[in-house]
Design a protein around this ligand. Structure first.
Ligand code: M6R
Length: 616
């Protein structure tokens, strides 16, 4: 949420920053801006709307220099206007700042600054922070320059409440960019004769794969050839130089029309990667070494809490069904935003899993910290290996799905559910599952990638179905048992990218109110594979048909009953009930994708959204 890039070095900063912003656009696309330092003066260009608007502005009114900061915004405080676009300056107009996060006490500070004669150009909390740092800077008697800038930053940061990943520069300190983080990610990219700041390494991976991930309270001073990291809490701060695992090619669309389509098609591979090295045939189980727990410790777990937001919370719900079915361990799912403020009874043998693709979602991170504060073992299930959740958890499981750029989560969902199945198998084998049962589950897991590829091969058929219903007034997504969470996920995909209102329910809930919405203009998507509740689903389908509601079904290949009862069927291969949400989610992702494309929606950047929600 919001993207930040900074550059200092031998090249012109503008193309580097614009390229970085384009790669970060998925994190926010309300407005964008750059500030460039040259000849002791900072020039700013900023514009509401997409980065293309900023590029046009720079083409009309060029700017160049070797030091610069840039930002792409997802609006929190203040509307989507040019004035509210970052970077923001202080009162002197010599200090500029880009910010990701929320300054919660900005209103009080602003009031105080106004009473002291400060004037503001925007409604943002960020501009208040810029003025506060500038005020501290002006109040210091020491010589203008880097040391004074860092001192004023420290002093300002001790006065603010909230979250920030910030980078700033001052015309008095032309040889450095300064960054700080608390709650919002910030990384240094190390080059040769050039260095970078970014909120996400994907912005800079085309230039360097050497990265230093800052920790909360770190303050970094970045020159073209050196850097220094200290802590706001005092003294130097330790750091590690990490090698970025992916390349610039991994964050490109390749030949696909959209990132979302590319990521949907990557799923045979990403599901395989989620299992790679974790299936142990000799022991008929899954091994998840990253948990850092012995079989004895895992045997003692008597309750599991799965928490996350959005799609990750749907994966958690799948996990509840899967782990309870395979391992007979009680599982509860909590939205991370609820968990953090709820005073749940948490017996000591409770294990908490925080599920997050980005590993930076503010609510999930807060849930992690709340769990740890209560003395529980909290594990992460993350895709981003360098993320805050991955680093702060007591252990966990990486998805290894590669960068997910499309705002609509796709491959991360199937990786998360696959990991839920691995957990179910592992915990089940420690408890009551026999070797034979374990081996059968392993066979089914190994067959998944091939089955997903078979579904993807039906893309043309799914596109035709999507186009047939694309002008629906609303859509219902219904499923039972393991596929109730898949219905929720199908509805979320449909509404977030096509803007068609869609709701997910357990099929049987229809007659308790939902059925009132059924008309010929409102299709129902039933996830009805040939499982233990197939007949029940068919009865619910008949109820909808009796009210003239069109039926799209996700059905098991070769199932005549579903072909007869539904208007259109999206086929999935036969599989055990507990793995069916993985297969069912694939045609639903494609259904949402092709509907949105047909309606002319911006699939990778749906309105009002951003990838990685780093504010509460
Ligand atoms: O990075 P996370 O997995 O923590 O993100 C959680 C949600 O913000 C995310 O899944 C969101 O709901 C997606 N837009 C859904 O497609």
């Amino acid at each position: 949420m919001c993207g930040i890039v900074g550059y200092i070095g031998k090249h012109d900063a503008v193309p580097v920053l614009l390229d970085g912003l384009r790669r970060l656009e998925y994190r926010g696309y309300d407005s964008a801006g750059v500030a460039i330092l040259a000849d002791g003066k900072i020039s700013v260009r900023k514009k509401s709307g997409r980065i293309a608007n900023l590029t046009d502005l720079i083409a009309q009114s060029p700017v160049a220099g070797h030091v610069g900061i840039a930002h792409t915004r997802w609006a929190t405080h203040g509307g989507v206007t040019d004035a509210n676009a970052h970077p923001h300056s202080d009162q002197s107009g010599r200090l500029f700042l880009c910010h990701n996060g929320v300054i919660e006490n900005y209103a009080t500070i602003k009031e105080q600054l106004i009473s002291e004669g400060h004037t503001f150009k925007s409604q943002t909390d960020t501009e208040v922070l810029a003025h506060l740092i500038g005020k501290e800077y002006d109040a210091l008697a020491s010589a203008p320059g880097t040391a004074r800038l860092v001192k004023s930053l420290r002093s300002a940061l001790t006065q603010v409440v909230g979250t920030y990943g910030i980078i700033l520069m001052h015309a008095d300190a032309p040889g450095v960019i300064v960054g700080a983080r608390r709650g919002s990610p910030l990384v240094l990219g190390l080059g040769s004769g050039e260095n970078f700041f970014a909120s996400d390494v994907s912005a800079i991976v085309a230039h360097t794969r050497e990265a230093v991930y800052l920790k909360d309270f770190d303050i970094a001073v970045l020159g073209a050839n050196d850097f220094e990291i200290t802590s706001l809490l005092g003294g130097a701060s330790g750091y590690e130089v990490s090698k970025v695992e992916f390349s610039a090619d991994d964050v490109s669309k390749g030949s696909y029309a959209h990132y979302m389509l590319k990521e949907i098609h990557e799923q045979p591979e990403t599901i395989r990667d989620a299992m790679r090295g974790r299936l142990v045939r000799e022991e008929a189980t899954a091994k998840l070494g990253g948990l850092g727990m012995t079989p004895q410790q895992l045997r003692e777990v008597d309750r599991i809490i799965l928490t996350g937001c959005g799609t990750a919370s749907h994966a958690a719900m799948c996990g509840e069904y899967i782990i309870e079915a395979l391992a007979h361990v009680p599982v509860e799912v909590e939205f991370a935003s609820e968990f953090r403020y709820r005073n749940l009874p948490l017996p000591k043998d409770t294990l908490v899993f925080c599920i997050s693709q980005s590993g930076e979602t503010a609510d999930t991170l807060a849930a992690l910290r709340e769990g740890k504060r209560k003395g529980l073992r909290v594990l992460g299930i993350c895709n981003n290996v360098a993320s805050t959740i991955a680093r702060e958890s007591d252990g966990g499981v990486y998805m290894h799905a590669g960068p997910e750029i499309g705002v609509a989560a796709t491959k991360s969902f199937t990786s998360q559910v696959t990991i839920m199945a691995l957990l179910g198998l592992m915990l089940g084998r420690i408890r009551h599952l026999s070797t034979t049962e374990g081996l059968r589950i392993l066979d089914e897991l190994e067959a998944l990638p091939g089955k997903v590829a078979r579904i993807l091969a039906q893309s043309d058929h799914i596109r035709a179905v999507a186009e047939k219903y694309a002008h629906a007034k609303a859509m219902m997504f219904l499923g039972r048992q393991f596929n109730y969470p898949a219905a929720l996920e199908g509805a979320l995909k449909m509404k977030e990218i096509s803007y068609i209102h869609a709701s997910g329910y357990p099929s049987a809930e229809l007659k308790h109110g939902v059925i009132a919405l059924i008309t010929p203009e409102v299709p129902s998507v039933f996830i009805a594979p040939e499982d233990s509740v197939f007949e029940k689903n068919v009865s619910n389908i008949e109820e909808v048909k009796a009210r003239k509601g069109p039926i799209i079904a996700v059905g098991t290949e070769g199932c005549d009953r579903i072909a007869k009862v539904a208007d259109d069927v999206l086929w999935i291969p036969e599989c055990p009930d507990y793995l069916s949400p993985i297969l069912a989610s694939i045609p639903l992702q494609l259904l949402a994708y092709y509907t949105a494309v047909h309606l002319g929606c911006d699939v990778d950047k749906p309105r009002n959204l951003a990838k990685s929600v780093t504010v509460e």
